[in-house]
Design a protein around this ligand. Structure first.
Ligand code: NAD
Length: 513
């Protein structure tokens, strides 16, 4: 059994975490009311470290700092080349400190070290991508049919942004917001999840070292509900970018509407993975398994609904059960682990509730359903075995709701039309996968599925250059790609007449007409 307590103590003393954890106007501060929160290592249930937790006054101060810095105009007027260079310096520092950032992310979230390392690589890529994109984010010239008029559409930073992130991919998710916001010339307040704030604290220290000017990037952490008024019911905020659950996204949208604050919400998913009988067998088994059990299913785009053609359903489910039982769950710092624990006791309780509901609603539990029966797992860790339910239908809670854990449900179809209808039978619409060797059918399916990302004969991949976001209740914004930059920009039309003349619409005398 790995002794994580010792590793946890090391996090507290990490220079990347420091001893003050709020960053406002370029200063590391303790909270005004002395608030703190103990963070728990999900692999042991032990306290990992204690961090400062912002008060609503601190959050208001952070928004005020972002407002004053934006209104001063210096940052937004910084030449694009300088902002791009700053993003690249941040990317370089991510490379330098990748090992420590990955270790912090694993201790805080429970995910395996390899996953954390991939996350940090992806964060680096996002910064490099937006550095390059903003350099070519050119104005548009519009021909208005009058040679004397120069008509331009230009992009300007939207202003003060509040960036709220979830706990499952802490640094990755907030980087999808911070990178384009910095590239666009915005100022911001970042609010990581109170469950996993460590990597964001460490990252803000890197941004400071890279030379992000005081007041441009401010950091508060703590309970979202407690800080909500200061961050989302605040006329000084121009844009809120939120990633998290549907209920929270709805509350934030309602609150912000009274100030006509722009809001982009990136929410949950209930993602179908559709397998036709003619699909490649080996990659199907492999990717259905990875698609749902990676990070113990705590992934917004997790392929939790297997929708499989009846003729191969029994054999595919048998093979998935066999493989799921072999997954090496364990402490994320242990190189032998291929997946880690759930993030919290609350998540563990939620999975137990979903398993009970699946059984009560008549689904057939084929494997998992509770804590793995293994002596080598730390007794305090939040481990939940990969779980597969066969004979499911979309009226069951385990199929209709986002479980956000390692639970795969199996539904069967006999026709392509049924497969498509099942794939769209969800209020969400974040991501979907289709597996078939019939190219024409593959194309019909990817066009018919109402989801923001659709993978054909693959699952789970994304690139910083392509937009990410959801249809339906999975959200209303887009991150990554050019649209992910545009979210942080205002669009202004400048009409410049180089040879002004009177229009004579309102004339002084009839003769002038
Ligand atoms: P959550 O909604 O509980 O919390 C998300 C963030 O919102 C946290 O920082 C939290 O402190 C804050 N918050 C909570 N209440 C708030 C309020 N009233 N006002 C302002 N902020 C508030 O979500 P979570 O449990 O952290 O994350 C899991 C959810 O995130 C899942 O539904 C998952 O699918 C979703 N998610 C979506 C994507 C995507 O790209 N669409 C990516 C990752 C996670």
């Amino acid at each position: 059994m790995t002794d994580i307590t010792a590793a946890g103590a090391a996090v507290t003393s990490s220079p990347l975490i420091g001893d003050a954890h709020l960053y406002i106007s370029g200063e590391w501060r303790h909270p005004s009311d002395g608030g703190t929160r103990a963070l728990v290592n999900p692999a042991t249930g032990h306290t990992l470290t204690v961090v400062d937790e912002a008060s609503p006054d601190d959050a208001r101060a952070a928004v005020g700092a972002a407002r004053a810095t934006f209104d001063a105009g210096e940052w937004s007027a910084t030449p694009v080349s300088e902002r791009a260079a700053l993003l690249r310096r941040i990317a370089d520092l991510l490379v330098r400190d990748k090992a420590e950032l990955s270790r912090i992310e694993t201790l805080d979230t429970g995910k395996t070290l390899v996953e954390s390392e991939i996350d940090i690589d992806d964060v680096e890529s996002v910064f490099r991508y937006y550095a390059s994109l903003v350099e070519v984010d050119a104005d548009r010239v519009v021909d208005v049919g009058n040679p004397a008029v120069i008509s331009r559409v230009v992009h300007e930073p939207i202003g003060v942004c509040v960036l709220i992130a979830p706990w499952n991919y802490p640094l990755l998710q907030i980087s999808w917001k911070i990178a384009p916001a910095l590239a666009a010339g915005c100022t911001m307040v970042a609010k990581p999840s109170e469950v996993t704030p460590l990597s964001t604290i460490a990252f803000v220290r890197l941004c400071e070292e890279a030379g992000v000017p005081p007041g441009v990037l401010n950091l508060v952490q703590g309970s979202g509900a407690r800080l909500s008024g200061a961050l989302t019911d605040n006329p000084d905020v121009d844009f809120i970018s939120f990633t998290g659950g549907l209920a929270t996204g709805t509350t934030i949208s309602e609150t912000a509407a009274k100030h006509v604050t722009k809001v982009a919400v990136e929410l949950g998913g209930k993602n179908p993975h559709i397998v036709f009988a003619d699909a490649d067998w080996e990659s199907s088994v492999d990717q259905v398994l990875t698609g749902v059990f990676l990070h113990s299913g705590q992934v917004c785009s997790s392929g939790t609904r297997l929708i499989v053609e009846e003729s191969i359903a029994d054999s595919l489910v048998d093979e998935l059960v066999r493989r799921a039982n072999q997954i090496r769950m364990g402490d994320g710092l242990d190189p032998a682990s291929t997946t880690g624990p759930l993030v919290s006791q609350a998540q563990l309780n939620k999975m137990a509730d979903y398993v009970a509901s699946g059984i009560a609603e008549g689904a057939v539990l084929r494997c998992g359903g509770g804590r793995p029966d293994r002596d080598d797992l730390h007794p305090g860790g939040y481990f939940f075995a990969p779980t597969i339910f066969d004979r499911c239908n979309s009226s069951m809670r385990i199929v209709a709701e986002e479980t956000f854990g390692p639970i795969l449900t199996v539904e069967r179809f006999t026709t392509e039309a049924q497969a498509l209808a099942l794939g769209n039978d969800t209020t969400y619409g974040l991501a979907a996968g289709v597996r078939t060797s019939d190219a024409a059918r593959g194309e019909r399916m990817v066009r018919g599925l109402q989801h923001g990302t659709v993978w054909l004969n693959d699952f789970g991949y994304y690139t910083p250059a392509a937009e990410w976001g959801g249809y339906g209740k999975s959200g209303n914004g887009r991150e990554l790609g050019p649209t992910g930059l545009a979210e942080y920009q205002e669009t202004k039309h400048i009409w410049h007449n180089t040879a002004p003349s009177a229009s004579r619409w309102f004339t002084e005398t009839e003769d002038e007409r």
